[in-house]
Design a protein around this ligand. Sequence first.
Ligand SMILES: Nc1ncnc2c1ncn2[C@@H]1O[C@H](COP(=O)(O)OP(=O)(O)OP(=O)(O)O)[C@@H](O)[C@H]1O
Length: 498
Amino acid sequence: MAADDDQAVRFVLEQSLSRAGFLVHTFNNGQDLLEHIHADGADLVITDIVMPGLSGLDLAQTLKSSHPDVPVIVITAQSTLRNAVQAFERGAFDYLAKPFDIKKLVDLAHRAMDLRKKSAKPAPPKRVEEAQPSYKQADAHLERFGGFVGSSRAMQALFRTIGRLSNSEMTVLIHGESGAGKELVARAVHDYSPRRKGPFTAINMAAIPRNLIESELFGHEKGAFTGAVSRRPGHFQKAEGGTLFLDEIGDMPMEAQTRLLRVLQEGTFTLVGSTDVLRANVRIIAATHQYLPDAIAEGRFREDLFYRLNVIPLHVPSLRSRKEDIPILCDYFLGKTAKELNIPVKRFTPMAMERMLAYDWPGNVRELENLISRMMVLTPDDEIGADRLDLSNRMVRRVEEEMAPAPAEESTVHSGAETPRASAFKQALLEELDDYFLALNGQEGSNLYSAVLKRMEEVLIPRVLKETRGNRVKAALVLGINRNTLRKKIQDLESNPF
Ligand SMILES: Nc1ncnc2c1ncn2[C@@H]1O[C@H](COP(=O)(O)OP(=O)(O)OP(=O)(O)O)[C@@H](O)[C@H]1O
C-alpha cells in the first residue's frame, strides 16, 4: 500500500511496483490507508511525509504499534536530518529523499519483503486505539538540530545514515576535512541515540600536549607525575553514561591508543598511576581528517584499534564536493548571525554568490561561516557584493581561474584532486557499502568484492555498448577485454541482474 498526496508520485509507484510483481493500492492520504490496512492488511507500506490530515510519520508511528510486522518505507521531498531520524525512530524500515531512483525503491521493497519473510512470527496486531505515540519528548529534543543543513545528495545520505543509527550505540569513526562538520555529525549521532540524556564530551587530541593526553582521557592518581597533586578524573569519567567524542584520533599517542583499545575490548581502564580497574560506560565516536591506513602503514596507529573504531564509518564530504549546499548554508548563517547580532538580515548579490560557488573552500563550512560573520559585521548595505568578499589572494586567483571559460567538468582540476562527480560517486558507493554492513549487523558477509564489481559492470558495460551502438567487438576494444569475456559478462548481467 502506498500513500502520497501527489498524483504523479502515486502513478509512478503504481506502475513501477506493479511491474516488479507487487499488487499495489494507492491512497492520497494516510487516514484512508490506515482504514484499509485494518480491514484488509498489507505486506508493505510506502508513505510520503507531508499529506493532508495524518502525516506519514504519524502513520509510521501508528503502524509500529498496530502492525509491527509491516515494513514502512518513508519517502519525502522535505528531507531534513530531523525527518530522517524521526522516520527511523518511528520504526520505518527505510527512508528515501525525493526525487529517488525508482530502481532503488523497488530494490528496497524487495528487501523489505525478504526480511519480513525471514523474521520471526509477528506479534498479533494490537487494536489501533492502544497505539500510544511516545515521541513528544523526542520532538522537543529534535528541534535543537534544525541547524544541520544540507540538501546535496551526499548530505541526504549522511542524514539517512544518522537516522538509521538512532537506535544503536555502536562505535563510529567519522572521516572528513577540517571544518566540514565532523563534530556536528558526532553531536547529532549522540543527540539521536539512546544516550541522548547522558553527557556529550569532546576532546581534541591535536589540541592537548602529547604527554598530558593519557591523564586528560583516563584521569590520574595523586602523585602519578610531577604536578599531580590530587586524584583527578579524566574525560572517560566525565562522559560516563554518555558519549565521548575523540577528535583528531590520528594524533593519539601509542600508549593512549593501547588504553583506548582496552576500553573498547573489555570496557575497563585504569587511572594513570593506579592499578585499580574501573568500568567505563561510554560510547566512543572518533573523528579524523587523516587517512588512517597510512598512519597504520607508518606505524603511528594501531591496526587493531582502527578496526575497533571503524565499526560504523561515516564520511563528511568537503564543501567543494557539494557546492549545491552553499546557497542554503549561506541563508542559514546569514539568518543565524543576524539574530545573534540583532541586526537585519543581509543577502549576497548574484555575482557574490557566483564567486562563492566558484571557490574551493579549503576551510569548508567553518570558513564559510566565518566569512559570513565578517561580512554581516563589515558590510553597511543590505546586499553583500562580490567586491566586498575579502577573499585571500590565493582564493581570488582560483576564483578567477574558475570563472574563465570552463573546460569539461571531468577535466576540471580541483585542489582536492577529486572532481565533484568522482566524489559523489565515491559517496554513493560508500553509502551502499554502509547499508550493506548495517544490514549484516555484525554477521560475516561474503562475496562483497565480486558484488561490487558486478554493480560497476552493470553501469559500465551498457554505457560502452551505447557508445559503440551495440557493437560488441568495438566495445571489447574500448574496455580492453577479450570479446568472449564481454559476451559472457553480458549474458551474466542479463540472466542475473544485481
Ligand atoms: N551542515 C552544516 N550545517 C550547519 N552548520 C554546519 C554544517 N557543517 C558544519 N557547520 C558548522 O561549521 C563549523 C565547523 O564544523 P565542525 O566543528 O563540526 O567541523 P569539524 O569537521 O569537526 O572541524 P575540525 O576537524 O577542524 O574540528 C561549526 O560551527 C558547525 O556548526
